[in-house]
Design a protein around this ligand. Structure first.
Ligand SMILES: C[S@@+](CC[C@H](N)C(=O)[O-])C[C@H]1O[C@@H](n2cnc3c(N)ncnc32)[C@H](O)[C@@H]1O
Length: 324
């Protein structure tokens, strides 16, 4: 970061985080960005983009506006805040935790280290749910959805914000996560249709339910150490699902089997190598249902879809032979 360093050296202030004195001069946007890029080169795939996003956040501007105004300069206090942000990012803190927000399904979700950072692959669950919900709404119903393990509330809020007829029970076992989900619901004006509830999976919810959704913790415990350092900054309980990553999925299938309505749909996000085993678990829990494993955009197994038949059906297993 030679330019930034030399700029700061002029005023005897340490770059990015030492004591910045009032006497220090302002710094040009380009100098600040180059300093950020140099610091982020080892950690970020796109250091320039991340530096621009951090700088835009510090200046309270949209990134596009910042780029359209290269003449904007940073005052010493702003440079200090930017420097602190760059330093945290260089230490491996995920960008969304520093910015306090992330984009999901075209919406800006507030995030804190209490919640998983919503991932683009989870949009497949949202799209599949929206398709099902649109059909139900077209046939005159106002569906009730349950989102199990809501975290930031990203799934629940994306559905409620897209379809005004939808109500969602958003469940999480962590009170701190529900606090974030509630803030996001308020942000999008859907707090009257997204009900945040603290519960252990579906334990306190009675059926029958039309649509049960979940992105549960599904990483095997022993995989923790191999996860990228930045992912290990996210809450463990949001990621780890027991010895094979299947503990929450098994319990959820069990609970959902007698809560899902006839004609109802259960969607569960899964790990890319869990398709076969999760299909078997689902077949055992829902012997008469139509079961699919849907791939994500990368072609990897990503979503379990279980649809219960509209009318009660007997399992195809043979009846025990009649006696006598
Ligand atoms: C993988 S994160 C998903 C968060 C969010 N739905 C998303 O897609 O970004 C899993 C969430 O499930 C919650 N969770 C873990 N075990 C739970 C349980 N037994 N009951 C309810 N929620 C649970 C965690 O607190 C975490 O918020």
């Amino acid at each position: 970061m030679p330019e930034l360093d030399s700029d700061l050296d002029k005023s005897s202030a340490a770059p990015f985080g030492g004591e910045l004195t009032e006497a220090m001069e302002s710094v040009s946007q380009e100098v600040a960005l180059r300093g950020g890029v140099a610091r982020l080169g080892d950690i970020a795939d796109r250091p320039r983009l991340e530096a621009e996003r951090l700088l835009a956040a510090v200046l309270g501007m949209e990134r596009a506006l910042l780029l359209a105004h290269p003449e904007v300069r940073l005052r010493p206090a702003q440079l200090q805040v930017y420097g602190d942000a760059v330093r945290r990012r260089a230490q491996g803190v995920p960008l969304p935790y520093i910015l306090g927000r992330v984009e999901f399904y075209g919406l800006e979700m507030l995030v804190t280290p209490d919640v998983l950072i919503p991932r683009p692959e989870t949009e497949l669950l949202v799209e599949t749910a929206l398709e099902d919900l649109a059909g139900r709404i077209a046939s005159g119903s106002s569906p009730l959805v349950v989102d199990v393990g809501t975290g930031s509330g990203c799934i629940a809020i994306a559905l409620a914000a897209t379809l005004p007829a939808v109500r969602v029970i958003a469940i999480d076992i962590e009170a701190a996560a529900l606090h974030v989900a509630r803030s996001n619901a308020l942000r999008y004006g859907v707090e009257n249709r997204v009900f945040c509830v603290r519960d252990d999976l579906l334990s306190a919810v009675a059926g029958p339910l039309d649509l049960i959704l979940s992105n549960p913790p599904y990483i095997a415990d022993h995989e923790w150490a191999d996860l990228p350092a930045s992912v290990r900054q996210e809450p463990r309980h949001a990621l780890l699902g027991g010895p094979q990553g299947l503990s929450a999925i098994r319990r959820l299938l069990d609970q959902a089997s007698f809560r899902l309505a006839h004609g109802g749909l259960l969607l569960v996000e899964i790990g890319s190598r869990q398709g076969d085993v999760v299909r078997s678990l689902a077949e055992a829990a829902f012997p008469t249902a139509n079961i699919e494993i849907l791939p994500d955009l990368a072609g990897l197994d990503r979503l379990l879809a279980v649809r219960k038949p509209s009318t009660p059906t007997l399992p195809s297993a043979p009846f025990p032979a009649e006696r006598g």
